[in-house]
Design a binder for this molecule. Structure first.
Ligand SMILES: [Zn+2]
Length: 172
């Protein structure tokens, strides 16, 4: 009896919107994995950790496709998204200025070649770029759901669209 009582109580509190009906109609067999993923991204209940991982993956792909060669040795194979300032710094983790293609040799086995990376940054984007990124990385930045979702969506529209979106969100 107690269980039934609790069940009824719970049912009463549930919203009777179209969302509930939609979920009931859906069969797990007809939902493609891509759709499940897309649905999860948009859900307000999706975990920040999952969104960060999805953004890491999408941004990595975007950077590698855009740059096509290692910024510290010029290799064109086994590319990864090499972060100048480590991924543990969230204020620069998704900054396109901090993310460039690097081969696995430079990024992993040579620990990111940070000295060579800094020279390349300054040469490519102007003096003190590396120093500015270091300062920026030490700031505290917490990305919220909406910002992460917006960045994930922006990766689908190309490198420059992502860069502009990032610059807008990071200055808010
Ligand atoms: Zn390399």
């Amino acid at each position: 009896m107690r269980i039934i009582g609790e069940y009824k109580e719970k049912r009463k509190k549930e919203p009777t919107g179209s969302k509930t009906k939609k979920v009931k109609k859906m069969s797990p067999l007809i939902i493609s994995p891509a759709k499940i993923r897309e649905k999860d991204i948009r859900s307000p209940h999706s975990k920040i950790g999952s969104l960060k991982k999805i953004l890491d993956q999408k941004l990595s792909r975007l950077i590698r496709e855009h740059e096509k060669k290692c910024c510290t040795c010029g290799a064109t194979t086994n590319l990864q998204n090499g972060h100048f300032r480590s991924r543990r710094f969230f204020s620069t983790r998704y900054n396109p200025l901090n993310c460039h293609a690097q081969c696995v040799g430079c990024n992993v086995f040579k620990f990111g070649m940070s000295y060579e990376y800094s020279l390349w940054l300054d040469e490519t984007y102007g003096a003190d770029t590396a120093a500015k990124l270091k300062t920026e990385s030490e700031k505290i930045k917490q990305w919220n759901h909406l910002e992460l979702i917006e960045l994930i969506e922006a990766t689908k529209k190309g490198y420059y669209f992502y860069r502009d979106t990032y610059n807008r969100l990071s200055t808010v």
